[in-house]
Design a binder for this molecule. Structure first.
Ligand code: URA
Length: 243
């Protein structure tokens, strides 16, 4: 890890403040003055500022129940970043493991551990993400099994060179509907990749249109009773499945 990043991770200092401290000559790595912010350091290096030894803070892992009209970016654009909702020190040093569109609600994982988020996102890791989807057009009984088979076989999305990976489509039965009025147009879709607007494009590819989208599950992690807008730390077990 870069020395300036290590200092940020183990103190309250921002990246700019860390660079200033480095310039001042107060930082030592294995007792040698170190001024280069890009210097690569490891956990077994002894790093001190003004004689005080730093110890690396562990990585951070959170789950957030995303509201509509927020964005999964570290920069506010038309809508505010979801990171405003996570009231921890240096929240903007965190990143989102698997972005959702501004109008999509539901489960978002947030961390500063790049290797961990790679395990969540990379299609090679085949991590399952389940979405509850509301569609403009109802799926009739007659069409259901053919559609399920199409999603299982893979769909050709515009601009993509390969079919989507097998996806599991199930229509939500009456007792399990979130919206009572949407029988036949409320479905669950489980996918193991995350192409741009993937769920919306998959339904567009079969002539339908997504009118509401909510992520319910990633791997075995669910929102449970986390209310919209709330967040919490992930448990050790939840973290372990992507470590
Ligand atoms: N697929 C989409 O189309 N949008 C999302 O936000 C997530 C998956």
């Amino acid at each position: 890890m870069r020395l300036d990043k290590f200092i940020c991770k183990s103190t309250e200092l921002t990246r700019n403040e860390a660079k200033k401290v480095l310039k001042s000559g107060e930082v030592r790595v294995n007792n040698e003055v170190a001024k280069n912010p890009a210097m690569q350091v490891h956990e077994n290096n002894v790093i001190t500022i003004d004689g005080q030894q730093l110890s690396a803070r562990g990585s951070r892992y959170y789950i957030l129940h995303k509201l509509a009209d927020t964005i999964c970016s570290n920069v506010d654009e038309v809508y505010p970043s979801v990171l405003h909702g996570i009231e921890v020190d240096k929240a903007f040093d965190l990143h989102i493991a698997g972005r959702l569109d501004a109008d999509t609600t539901g489960l978002v994982l947030v961390t500063d551990d790049g290797r961990w988020s790679h395990n969540v996102i990379s299609p090679k890791k085949q991590c399952e993400k389940t979405y509850r989807v509301w569609l403009r057009n109802e799926i009739d009984d007659d069409n259901l099994s053919a559609l399920v088979a199409q999603f299982d076989t893979g769909l050709q999305l515009q601009g993509e060179s390969s079919l989507t990976r097998p996806a599991l489509l199930t229509r939500v039965e009456k007792d399990d509907l979130v919206d009572e009025a949407s029988y036949r147009s409320e479905v669950l879709l489980t996918i193991t990749e995350g192409k741009y607007h993937q769920v919306k494009r998959m339904f567009a590819a079969v002539g339908n249109r997504v009118v509401g989208l909510h992520r319910e599950q990633i791997g075995t992690i669910t929102l449970g009773d986390l209310a919209p807008g709330e967040w919490r730390e992930l448990t050790e077990n939840e973290i372990a499945q992507f470590s």
